[in-house]
Design a protein around this ligand. Structure first.
Ligand code: 3PG
Ligand code: MG
Length: 399
């Protein structure tokens, strides 16, 4: 890996270290409902604090679009950050200017300070040089530990690395190392599972994957678009008929690259989209006109699990079925459990990420057994698409 890590930061007692973290966590009624992202950045914060640095946290919350929006204050995240770190974290009501400067001046070595939402300033998302300079004025060193925001070229995720010596935090490092194993330089065969509702949001991702992996399993609602493109009647299933040509093109690219496309052979169909709806297993060539496929069937599960057994590397984004409602979580849970078992047995490197995927693996109870589960949504997808991530690229360019 060609980026600097905390290993390169030794003599930092008394130094002001600006640490970009992702605290964009789910909140309900003012309470954090899932602290995973906070837990992920804790090691970096604790390590820097132990080394005597003044640890200044930069983060965004929500999309306030350059306005101060009370609902999107990071102050509401502060108690959860305190809890996870087991330390008192100070807070400043603005990320630049006098409030930030005064709070930093009051810090002792090892102290931790959280600055208010960077997106309260218009300059942040514009990567505005003046705003970046105002942030940089508060630090001697910049550490980026927010892989999940690295697809954004914002002041706090990219701009700062031009102005201050820049390092990858521990989570950024772990994330990049796992992703390298997933698609960068993977052990073959590589199998990708891509699911979710729509092809339209994942065209670039599918086009990139067919060139990189040995088999691509397509599940979820998006599988119907592929089935329909090949002439299968999918009844009332979710299907983007207007994307038939795109789906065909992806299948042609796959054939050229000798990537096997694995589509459902059978499905679990129902007439209503609700938990425990009356359902039956049918061959995909016999989907009733008034029914919709909500999960892949047992034959398909067997085929998917066989691919997982054959694989040395698995990259997973998106559920195979409507896993939020029973019993249409069956295939997703089965494949997740099988991948976890293969990983535990040392036979598989498994990397998963993207919004629903983490929820699906948690639902299957196996998130901890995967090699790596990314907390990133958009950044994970853009990585799977083979797109450059500005926040990562700038770290690699550090001399
Ligand atoms: C996320 O939640 O995916 C990251 O924090 C990035 O947030 P954004 O999509 O609002 O840039
Ligand atoms: Mg997002």
């Amino acid at each position: 890996m060609t980026f600097k890590t905390l290993d390169n930061l030794t003599d930092i007692a008394g130094k002001r270290v600006l640490v970009r973290v992702d605290l964009n966590v789910p909140v309900k009624d003012g309470k954090v409902t899932d602290a995973t992202r906070i837990e992920r950045v804790a090691p970096t914060i604790q390590e820097l604090s132990k080394k005597g640095a003044k640890v200044v946290l930069l983060a965004h919350f929500g999309r306030p679009k350059g306005e101060v929006v009370a609902d999107m204050s990071l102050q509401q995240i502060l108690p959860a950050v305190n809890d996870v770190l087991g330390a008192k974290v100070h807070f400043a009501a603005d990320c630049i200017g006098e409030p930030a400067a005064a709070a930093i001046a009051a810090m002792a070595n090892g102290d931790i300070l959280l600055l208010e939402n960077t997106r309260f300033h218009k300059g942040e998302e514009k990567n505005n040089p003046d705003f970046t300079a105002a942030l940089a004025a508060n630090g001697d060193i910049y550490v980026n530990d927010a892989f999940s925001a690295a697809h954004r070229a914002h002041s706090s995720t990219e701009g700062l690395a031009h102005l201050l010596p820049a390092y990858a935090g521990r989570t950024m490092q772990a994330e990049l190392e796992a992703l390298e194993k997933g698609l960068g330089n993977p052990a073959r065969p590589v199998v990708a599972i891509v699911g979710g509702a729509k092809v339209s949001t994942k065209i670039d991702l599918l086009m990139n994957l067919v060139k990189k992996v040995d088999a691509l399993v397509i599940g979820g609602g998006m599988a119907n678009t592929f089935l329909a493109a090949r002439g299968t009647d999918v009844g009332k299933s979710l299907c983007e008929h207007d994307l038939a040509d795109t789906a065909k093109q992806i299948m042609i690219e796959a054939a050229t690259a000798t990537c096997a496309i694995v589509l459902p052979e059978d499905g679990v169909v129902a007439r209503e989209f609700k938990a425990n709806a009356e359902n039956e297993v049918v061959d995909v060539n016999a989907i009733p006109a008034d029914a919709m496929m909500l999960d892949v069937g047992p034959k398909t599960i067997e085929a998917v699990n066989a691919w997982i057994s054959r694989a040395s590397t698995l990259v997973w984004n998106g559920p195979l079925g409507a896993f939020e409602i029973a019993p249409f979580d069956t295939a997703t849970v089965s494949a997740a459990k099988h991948a976890a078992a293969e990983t535990k047995a040392g036979k598989l490197v498994s990397v998963a990420g993207g919004g629903d995927t983490v929820a699906a693996l948690n639902h299957a109870g196996v998130a901890d057994d995967f090699t790596y589960v990314s907390t990133a949504g958009g950044a994970f997808l853009e990585w799977m698409e083979g797109k450059p991530l500005p926040g990562v690229d700038i770290l690699r360019q550090q001399k």
